[in-house]
Every structure is written in C-alpha cells, then in structure tokens.
Ligand binder design. Structure first.
Ligand code: ADP
Ligand code: MG
Length: 634
C-alpha cells in the first residue's frame, strides 16, 4: 500500500494560513499598517480603491528592506522580529508570526517597492498568488510602498462572500482608526477612491481622538491615569453625559494594539453604571500597558482577543481608575482640560499689584442651625476618600470663587422672577424672608460664600470658577438622602425625632406585610415603629427628614414605590427601600430655598459618593463653562 500523506505545497499552505489571517480587505490594511509602524515609520499613507477589492496601498517612510529581506519577507514564518527563544514571548505579545505578507501574497497580486536609507537603489518585487513574477532594482524613496491588487483573485469563494462596498469600507475605516489612534506620534493619511478621508497630523492622544472623531470630543474627554505593577492605564473616558444610545467609541489598546474584551468593557460599564441611563453606552479610549508575559494575544488569529493572566485584578484596577476619574471630573468639570485652564487664571491688568484672592467668612452665619435640620440632613457624616475629594474639590472651585468676583450673578439678577409672586401667602412670606436675606447678603458681596440663585423654584444656579453649574434641587436632595439612608441602614445609625403623641396607624394587609418585612430597615433609618396587633403599628418617632409628613401617607406611598421598583428593577431590598424613601422625602420642585439652604444643599451634595446623578440615573448637575457661554455671545 502506498503512503497517502503528502506535504502540502507552500502556496497552498499559505492560502490556508491566509484564510486565518486575511478575512477581508480590512485585514490587509491592518497588517500593512502594523508593519509600517513596526518599521518605525513617522508617516504612513493609505490608499484604497473600491473598498479594497481593487487596490490597497500603504506607503511608509520607515526602515525599508534590503533586496534579500524583501524577498524573505514574503516567505512563510519569515520575520525580522524574532531572533531567539526568549523573543517567543514577544511573539505572544505582539502577534509577530511572519505570516501576514506571505499570506497576502498568496491570495493577491502584490507589488512591493522598498529601500533602506543607506542604499542608493531599492528593490521592486512583484508576486501573484505566491509566484514571484519579477524582482529588480528600482528608484524609490526610503521606506516601503506595498500595493495589493485583486484580493482573493484565486479564492473566488472568499471574493464572493465579501460584503457591499459600504460594509467593507467601514471595516477598513475601523482598522485604520484603531491603528491611527494609538500612534498619534505618526502622521497618517487615508484616501479612498481619490477622496481624502483622513489627514491626521502628529500630536498627542487627545488630539488624535479629536481629529478622528470630531471636535466635540475635546470637551468630552475625561483623563484616566493609573499605574500599578500589574498594569498601567492611560487614556480617556467620554463624559457620562455624552454617552450614546448606539454603541459609541469604545477602544481598548493593550501594549499599543487594539483588542476587544467584553470583560474589561463590563468593568467600565459597571464603574459608570449609575451615571449612564439604561440603554446608553459608555465611550472610552484606554491604553493598558501590561508586561508581555502576563498576556496571550494570539488566542485569536486576528489578534483582537486577549487573555490576561490576572484578569480579575485588571478588572478591579480599571474599574477603580474609571471611578476615580469620574469623581475628579464631577466637581472639577473643566479643570481637567488642558485647553481650558486659561479661564481659571485671573488676568493681570497691569495697573495694580496682584493680590492673592482671599476668602472671607461671615462668622455669624451657621448653616447647621436647628431650624434647618428639619428640611435637610444633619451634620456631615464620616466621609469616604471619594466624598472627601468631591467636597474639597468643590470647595476649591466654588468658595475661592466668591472672592474672584467675576460675573457676579446676584448683582445682575437682584430680584426673584415675578412669576413667583402669584403663589400662596405662605410662600409670599417665605419669599420676602428670602429676598431680604438676599439683600443682606448683597451688602457684603464678595464676602458671602453663597453665590447661588434659585431658578423657577426648581434649579439652583451656582457660579464656579470655570463657568456655572445648574443643580436640580429635588434630585440633589434625593441623592443626599439616599446616601444617608444607605449608610444609616448599614450602621443602624438613623436619628429619630420623637413624636409628642405616639400614633396608632392601621394599614391594608399588603402594606402591613411589607412594613413587617421592612421593620428592621425602617428602624435603622429612624422610624420608631413597632407592631401593635393585626395590621396596626405604633409610631413614636420619625426620621429627622420625615417629621413634616403624615406617617401613614408617607409609608403608604414609599411602599408603593418600593414595590414597583422591586419588581421592575430587581433591586435588593435595602437599595429599593432607600431609593423609595429618598424619592418621597426629598424636597420638591416648587419649594423656595433660602440662600443658606442652597449652600447647604450644594455642600451636602458634593459630599456624596456620586453627586452627579440620582440613584436611578437622572442628571443632577449640569455644567456650563465660560467657554460655552462666551461662544453664545460671539
Ligand atoms: P511579521 O510582521 O509578523 O514579522 P510580516 O509577514 O507582516 O510578519 O512581515 C514579515 C517581515 O517583513 C517583517 O518582520 C519585516 O521584517 C518585513 N516588513 C514587512 N513590512 C515592512 C515594512 N513596511 N517596512 C519594513 N519591513 C517590513
Ligand atoms: Mg506584520
């Protein structure tokens, strides 16, 4: 019996390999661009015709190849990038397998012009389906110029399965963007059918993002930086408020190569969960540097999937880095942005000596006085580091501002809108009390700490150094109370105000069951409540923030909200209860606030873990920068 096993001819082996590496024109683009980068090019030009089906050309000014190298580069497993066994580690990292050019040459017409700097002439090499058609000296610039024509000419099945021009062009653009993004130090151009699609000048990462995805990103990028032994993270997340309904720009790079990772994506999603409404997607451009022996990038032939040795740790580090970045940005929305810092520098006008801004404090003003305790939460509880930095940043921005005295809003808008005069007598009295407080404050403008103004009994406007913020009063209070309640439940630290007369309250069966179920949560938050027979309870005290409510009505409406959020959101018990109670007990739109009440609300808001959105993800704070304001007056 004769032997039946034969070695495959190289050209067939190459074609098989090509099937793995080259799936569509975009794969060729990716391989060629990466080779140019590996060859240390500082300028790379991509020219594509008919979505890559007719021509893909990459011209670089990199190192170029000698005549022999040019020939060798088309052999399978030919790579200049691995010399020793140790280098095998970097195969794993960078995906050098010496397969790309050989694969491309086996399924297309490839023409390569290349010259090393120190040589007079370069080489021209022409290959069709692995067959060398010609090799000769040629006059060409230093660097490499590769043309790939008639892709899949000898693999009709593949050619047939290519998608429409639009789809294939989109894939090419995706690959181009992925490569260009992480190499802002290289100039890239991209022409398609003689249209100029991209001209990307050298710059930094931010500039590259902006020149690829548009100017609007300039305002929307929040820097993320973290360095640990395991991983170094740098890059940007897109501000939560700019999150998109469609999957936006989501880019992970590991050691400068684009990768996809659901796992890491989840880490970011989780970190921004509370800030992004359901159905929206976070945007990010993040570069992870990981020691090469910690990853295996060759899991997938096209090298976009990756396996980390310590995936969980990287997940956690990334998650906290993103949270930290958001935290900083929450209170200092524009301080993070290089190009805006000029607005934070007071302009020296030359005719008087520069004076350090000083902060004066009204010694008689006590925002924590008894009366206010009812409408707002008590003293500041123990802060987490995040809360502390939120608050301190806020104070820096907001307080020091009182002495800068620019755009003094109170002076420009001295009276409340007339619309409010139509309200009830109680509110009129309150209004008088407030506007007189307003006037008093004006007497020492620049010394008072409250540069706030209430708009439509619904929003609080406060000046910050880089512009102003508008705060939704009811949502702000909801956030404050929610965090208080969560903490109170965890630490059993709710503060109860005793009622003069204990009340006996009877609920319907369903609500009574719920109250029994929530008894310990109610008590830990400050309800002094105990069962008193069938469906009846005695209430002897209420949480400080709830004293003005009728206990029965309050509990009934909290339970109703609680039930529906348990059902629809599948929250856990404490979470759902804290949300419901906060929602119900928060001050409402329509309530007029005194300046010191506003100040206190703002203070407490920025002492929160997350001052930016309500527990259900609604926006609390919106920032308008001076930049934006100035634009409107151009
Ligand atoms: P790999 O990149 O994995 O080494 P390739 O098949 O992509 O394998 O390339 C083979 C070799 O050809 C490279 O190792 C490099 O030496 C050379 N080469 C390819 N493209 C270029 C280029 N644009 N400039 C200089 N050398 C190149
Ligand atoms: Mg390569």
């Amino acid at each position: 019996m004769s032997d039946i096993i034969q070695l495959l001819p190289d050209s067939i082996a190459n074609q098989i390999a090509a099937g793995e590496v080259i799936q569509r024109p975009a794969s060729v683009v990716k391989e060629l661009l990466e080779n140019s980068i590996d060859a240390k090019a500082t300028e790379v030009n991509l020219i594509v015709k008919d979505a890559g089906k007719t021509l893909i050309q990459v011209i670089d000014n990199g190192l170029g190849m000698s005549e022999t190298d040019a020939r060798m580069s088309l052999e399978r497993h030919a790579t200049s990038k691995i010399r020793s066994a140790e280098d095998l580690f970097s195969i794993r990292t960078m995906g050098f397998r010496g397969e790309a050019l050989a694969s491309i040459a086996s399924i297309a017409h490839l023409e390569m012009r290349t010259k090393k700097e120190d040589l007079e002439v370069g080489s021209l090499l022409s290959v069709e389906g692995s067959v060398v058609k010609c090799q000769e000296p040629v006059q060409t610039k230093t660097g490499t110029n590769i043309q790939v024509k008639n892709l899949f000419f000898n693999v009709p099945a593949r050619r047939k399965f290519l998608k429409s021009h639009n789809v294939e062009t989109r894939h090419i653009i995706d690959e181009f963007e992925r490569v260009a993004l992480v190499h802002p130090e290289i100039k890239f151009t991209f022409h398609h059918n003689d249209n100029e699609l991209f001209v990307l000048e050298k710059g930094n990462f931010r500039k590259r993002i902006v020149s690829i995805f548009g100017k609007k990103y300039n305002q929307q990028l929040v820097p993320v930086e973290e360095a640990t032994n395991l991983v170094k993270i740098s890059g940007f997340i897109v501000k939560p408020e700019a999150a998109r309904k469609t999957r936006g720009e989501q880019f992970f790079f590991v050691n400068n190569r684009f990768i996809k990772s659901h796992y890491l994506h989840h880490s970011i999603q989780e970190a921004m969960d509370e800030l992004i409404p359901k159905g929206y997607h976070p945007g990010y451009f993040l570069n992870l540097e990981v020691p090469s022996d910690f990853i295996d990038i060759n899991i997938h032939p096209t090298k976009t999937e990756i396996k980390f040795e310590d995936e969980r740790a990287i997940y956690a580090i990334l998650n906290s880095a993103v949270k930290q970045a958001i935290g900083k940005f929450n209170v200092a929305p524009s301080l993070d942005f290089e190009q805006e810092t000029s607005f934070n520098t007071p302009v020296y006008n030359g005719d008087r000596p520069l004076k350090m801004p000083e902060v004066k404090v009204n010694p008689n003003f006590n925002p924590f006085d008894e009366e206010k305790k009812k409408s707002f939460s008590g003293g500041r509880p123990v802060e987490s580091p995040q809360q502390k930095s939120n608050r301190e940043n806020w104070e820096k921005l907001y307080r020091s501002n009182a002495s800068l005295n620019q755009f003094n809003l109170e002076n420009q808008l001295p009276t409340l809108p007339t619309e409010e005069k139509e309200d009830t007598t109680l509110q009129q009295r309150e209004e008088q009390r407030i506007s007189s407080g307003f006037d008093q404050q004006e007497e020492h403008t620049g010394t008072n700490e409250s540069k706030t103004i209430q708009l439509h009994k619904k929003y609080i406007m406060a000046q910050i150094r880089s512009g102003f913020v508008i705060i939704h009063q009811s949502r702000a209070h909801e956030r404050i109370l929610y965090e208080e309640y969560i903490k109170a439940m965890a630490m059993n630290s709710g503060w109860s105000q005793q009622q003069l007369f204990p009340q006996t309250v009877t609920f319907n069966v369903g609500d009574a069951d719920m109250i029994t179920e929530l008894m310990s949560e109610l008590q830990s938050i400050g309800f002094d409540i105990s069962a008193f027979g069938k469906n009846t309870f005695v209430i002897q005290g209420l949480p400080a923030y709830a004293t003005e409510y009728d206990p029965k009505e309050l509990l009934e409406s909290v339970i109703e909200h609680y039930k529906s959020s348990m059902q629809s959101l599948k929250l856990d018990k404490k979470e759902a209860f804290a949300r419901s109670l906060a929602r119900k007990t928060a001050i409402k739109s329509g309530k007029i606030l005194a300046p010191e009440e506003m100040t206190k609300l703002i203070d407490e808001l920025f002492a929160c873990e997350n001052p930016y959105t309500t527990p259900s993800g609604k926006t609390i704070v919106s920032t308008i920068t001076l930049d934006e304001l100035n634009k409107r007056f151009q």
